[in-house]
Design a protein around this ligand. Structure first.
Ligand code: ADP
Ligand code: MG
Length: 256
């Protein structure tokens, strides 16, 4: 079904996947983001690190307008999602999001968790939705769990189901907010492996993470946030080995 977008808001295939311009976000008196500029090119993996409370989740949530920016612009493939004319649902449907808490429906099987949004938002038939769901469960190594309920899965398996669910909506890009932070250490690797495979397949990804190994190995760009601004950014290997800013050095000395 063609997406009904405002005439001036057609997808610009030459534009960056995500572009953020002078983004500010306040909650009451709390000025959480104070002028953020960055972009994510198609096929790029950008990792975002920084202390707790620095605004990483708020930034990610502004990118698909789960939070309303106070000012500034967010462009998704050239379409300004802060413009009131923009059909938010059409843009949002191109962005997959994975949270620290997996947010699966506990009373539904894994398969149903993957088909429900496809049937409702994508208007797919049950049969087609199930076919796509099975293919994506296979991608994350969980084809044998179609009939399981979330409570019977490990945290790592639940997070892989959440990733498969997001993929079933055919997103052009994926946002991850600390996808492995709630997991027992031995379960982190399987989730990171799935994310590495996605990156290798060319998925555009923005990943808030504390996994510096992942950032170093998979990231094309590393963004260090502190107090609502981007304090330093660059090649992950370079930033992690030779941080320029004192704030970055202090943060990395605590986490590395
Ligand atoms: P991070 O993800 O880097 O830990 P957050 O973006 O979650 O940081 O939070 C940044 C700041 O914004 C914190 O001071 C937090 O209390 C505040 N904040 C986040 N979300 C809300 C909200 N919905 N309402 C009020 N304050 C919020
Ligand atoms: Mg956060």
């Amino acid at each position: 079904m063609p997406q009904q977008l405002h005439p001036t808001q057609e997808i610009d295939h030459g534009a960056p996947a995500i572009e953020v311009r002078d983004l500010h976000k306040s909650f009451g008196d709390n000025h959480v983001l104070t002028g953020i500029d960055f972009h994510v090119d198609k096929g790029q993996v950008v990792c975002v690190i920084g202390p707790s409370g620095s605004g990483k989740s708020t930034l990610l949530r502004c990118v698909n307008r789960l939070e309303e920016p106070t000012s500034g612009q967010v462009l998704i493939e050239g379409i300004d999602i802060t413009d009131p004319e923009t059909e938010l649902d059409a843009v949002r449907s191109r962005i997959g999001m994975v949270f620290q808490q997996f947010n699966l429906f506990s009373h539904m099987t894994v398969l149903r968790n993957l088909t429900i949004a496809q049937q409702r938002a994508k208007k797919r038939s049950r049969r087609e939705a199930e076919e796509i769901a099975r293919a994506n469960l296979d991608r994350v190594g969980l084809s044998d769990k179609v009939d399981a309920y979330p409570a019977h899965l490990s945290g790592g398996q639940q997070q892989r189901v959440a990733i498969a669910r997001a993929l079933s909506m055919d997103p052009d890009m994926m946002l991850f907010d600390e996808p492995t932070s709630a997991l027992d250490p031995e379960l982190v690797g399987d989730v990171l492996d799935v994310m590495k495979t996605l990156a290798a397949e060319g998925m555009t990804m923005m990943v808030v993470t504390h996994e510096m190994g992942f950032a170093r190995e998979v990231g094309d760009e590393l963004v260090f946030m502190a107090d609502g601004v981007i304090c330093e950014e660059g090649d992950p290997r370079e930033v992690l080995a030779h941080p320029r800013e004192t704030r970055t050095q202090e943060f990395l000395s605590k986490v590395l």
